[in-house]
Design a protein around this ligand. Structure first.
Ligand SMILES: [Zn+2]
Length: 512
C-alpha cells in the first residue's frame, strides 16, 4: 500500500518529513522512490494533503475502568453539590435496589458554594439504592447509607481515612486505602461487564488515533480482559501492562520477567504508590502534609526486588516530598537496575523542587506526566499549592533538563484523547483564559514525542514502533491537517481521520 500526496511526519530526525509512505504487510516498507517500483501493484491511497503521524501511545490509562466509566454517572464538570446530586437523582429514577449505582468524577474543590459531600445528601436522591461515587482523582469515595451499611462499620484500613462528622459517625467519604478497600470488596464489576465495556472503549480509542496504551489496571485483572479480547481478534491497539508490585516475589519465583507476551499484549512493569493526590489533599509535600502510602526505604526495597526479578517500577508520586523520596530510592538502587537496562518511571511528578527536576534526566528516571492535568488542575493548584506552582506541572523544565518526558491521559481522570493532551501541553489552557504558567508549555513537536516516542521507548519498543521508517510497524494516524505547520491556536480544530495498526485500518478506512 502506498499513502501519497500528503505530509508524513516520520519522527525520525534524519528525515522528518516525507511526501509518501509505502507499507508492506504490517511494516513500513520505505519512502516512495526506494521501494515503490519493487511492489507489484500497490494499493494507492490519496491523502489529499492530510498528515500522517505514528500512532498515539497513551502512557497512563486505566483502560478497563475508563471503559466502564463510559456507562456511569459522570460528575466531572458539576459546579456544585446540587448539580452533582441532580445528575445522580436522574440516574437513580427507576434504578433497581439490588444493583449498584456507580458514578465518578466529582471534586468538591470545584464546587461553589464550598461544601463537602455527605451520605445524607446522597440518601435524599438515591433512597435505598446502594450508591458509590468515585472522586475525580480516585483517591476518595463518596457512599450513601445503603452502601455504608454493607461494611457494617468495618471501614478503617491502614493508610486510609474515614471521614467522621461531629458525632463521630462516618460522613460517607472514604479516602486512600479505605476507599480502595471498600471498592475492592463491594464494587468490582464482573469480568463480562468489563470485557463488554472494553469493546466499546477500543472503538473510541481508535477513533482518537490511539494505537498503544500503557495500562495501569493490572490490580483489576486487566491482563485476563485483554486476553479475552485478543482471543476474539478484537484487540485494536498494543498494550504494555502494569502489575501491582506486591506480586514481585511470585514473579521472581516462577521466572516471569518484564516483556512476556506478544506483539499486541505484553506484561511490562510494576506499579507502586508513594502518596495521594492534589484534589484529595493527600499529596505528600515538603511541609510534612499529605499521606505516605510507601516510604522511600520501602520503595528502594521494591525497586531492588523488581530488579532481581527483571521488572522496572513505575511509581505514582504527586507531591514534592513524594517525588524526592522516589528519586532518592531510584538513586540509591541505581547500580541494581541500571545495568539491566530497566526503565523506571515516576507517574505524574506534579510538584517538584528545583534540585529534583534535574535528577530525572541524570538518573534515567522517566517523567510520565499528563499534559491535560495542568490546565484542568490550575484553579485547585493555585489554591492548595499557593506559592508553589512555579514548579508544578513543570513539563518544559523537565524536558529541558534531559528527562524522558512521556504523556498520558490518566483516563478516566481526563478523557482518553491524545490530541486533547497535546493541546493542553502546548496551550496550557482549556477555556477562554490565557495559558497557566506558559513558561512551562511545550511545543507541538515535543508534545508529539512525549505522546509517541517516549512511551514506545518505555515499552522497549524504540526499534519497532514510534517512527515511520522502514522496518517499523505500520501503526499510524491520519490527521486532517499537519499539527506542526499550523498556528498553535488552531490545534483545537485538528481531527483524526483514520487509524492503522500493523498495516490494517482499524478506524475509518479510505477513501475519505
Ligand atoms: Zn492513574
Amino acid at each position: 500500500m502506498i499513502l501519497e500526496n500528503g505530509v508524513i511526519r516520520t519522527l525520525e530526525p534524519a528525515m522528518p518529513v516525507a511526501r509518501a509512505l509505502a507499507i508492506a504487510g504490517d511494516r513500513v516498507a520505505g519512502g516512495v522512490g526506494t521501494h515503490e517500483k519493487a511492489l507489484a501493484s500497490p494499493d494507492r491511497v490519496d491523502l489529499g494533503g492530510r498528515c500522517v503521524l505514528p500512532g498515539f501511545n497513551d502512557a497512563h490509562v486505566h483502560f478497563p475502568t475508563w471503559s466502564l466509566a463510559q456507562r456511569e454517572v459522570r460528575l466531572e464538570d458539576a459546579e456544585s453539590l446540587d448539580e452533582a446530586l441532580s445528575r445522580v437523582a436522574a440516574a437513580a429514577r427507576g434504578w433497581p435496589e439490588d444493583r449498584w449505582l456507580r458514578g465518578r468524577g466529582w471534586r468538591s474543590g470545584d464546587w461553589s458554594p464550598a461544601v463537602e459531600p455527605t451520605r445524607q445528601a446522597l440518601d435524599e436522591v438515591t433512597g435505598e439504592v446502594p450508591a458509590a461515587l468515585m472522586a475525580r482523582d480516585y483517591h476518595s469515595l463518596w457512599l450513601n447509607s445503603a452502601a455504608l451499611a454493607l461494611a457494617d462499620g468495618d471501614l478503617a484500613v491502614e493508610g486510609g481515612v474515614v471521614e467522621l462528622d461531629e458525632r463521630g459517625e462516618p460522613t460517607g467519604v472514604l479516602r486512600e486505602e479505605s476507599a480502595w478497600a471498600f471498592r475492592d470488596r463491594y464494587l468490582l464489576a464482573s469480568d463480562d461487564e468489563f470485557v463488554e465495556a472494553m469493546r466499546g472503549g477500543l472503538k473510541i480509542a481508535v477513533s482518537r488515533g490511539v494505537t498503544a496504551v500503557h495500562d495501569k489496571d493490572g490490580w483489576l485483572g486487566a491482563p485476563r480482559f485483554w486476553q479475552r479480547l485478543a482471543e476474539d481478534d478484537a484487540l485494536t491497539l498494543r498494550v504494555w501492562q502494569s502489575l501491582p508490585h506486591d506480586h514481585v516475589g511470585r514473579l521472581e519465583e516462577i521466572g516471569l520477567r518484564s516483556g512476556l507476551g506478544d506483539g499486541l499484549l505484553r506484561i511490562g512493569y510494576l506499579k507502586v504508590f508513594m502518596d495521594g493526590t492534589l484534589g484529595s489533599q493527600t499529596a505528600r509535600l515538603m511541609d510534612g502534609s499529605g499521606v505516605e502510602i510507601t516510604s522511600g526505604e520501602e520503595l528502594a526495597e521494591i525497586v531492588r526486588a523488581g530488579a532481581r526479578a527483571g521488572w522496572p517500577v513505575a511509581v505514582h508520586a504527586i507531591g514534592d516530598r513524594a517525588n524526592r523520596d522516589a528519586l532518592d530510592a531510584f538513586e540509591e538502587t541505581r547500580d541494581e537496575w541500571a545495568p539491566l537496562g530497566l526503565r523506571p518511571r515516576i507517574e505524574h511528578a506534579q510538584l517538584l523542587t528545583e534540585e529534583d527536576i534535574a535528577r530525572f534526566g541524570r538518573l534515567g528516571v522517566a517523567a510520565s506526566v499528563q499534559f491535560s492535568h495542568a490546565p484542568s488542575d490550575r484553579d485547585l493548584a493555585d489554591r492548595l499549592w499557593a506559592g508553589m506552582t512555579e514548579l508544578a506541572y513543570a513539563y518544559r523544565s523537565l524536558a529541558h533538563s534531559g528527562a524522558v518526558l512521556a504523556n498520558g491521559s490518566d483516563a478516566p481522570i481526563e478523557e482518553l484523547d491524545p490530541l486533547a493532551g497535546i493541546r493542553a501541553g502546548v496551550l496550557r489552557t482549556l477555556d477562554e483564559r490565557g495559558p497557566w504558567h506558559p513558561e512551562q508549555s511545550v511545543d507541538v513537536e515535543r508534545a508529539l514525542e512525549a505522546t509517541i516516542l517516549a512511551p514506545a521507548w518505555l515499552a522497549r519498543d524504540e526499534r519497532r514502533r514510534g517512527k515511520l521508517v522502514p522496518g517499523y510497524l505500520a501503526d499510524l494516524v491520519v490527521l486532517d491537517r499537519d499539527p506542526v505547520a499550523i498556528e498553535p491556536e488552531e490545534l483545537p480544530e485538528v481531527q483524526v481521520v483514520a487509524t492503522m495498526l500493523g498495516g490494517r485500518w482499524v478506524y475509518n478506512p479510505p477513501p475519505w
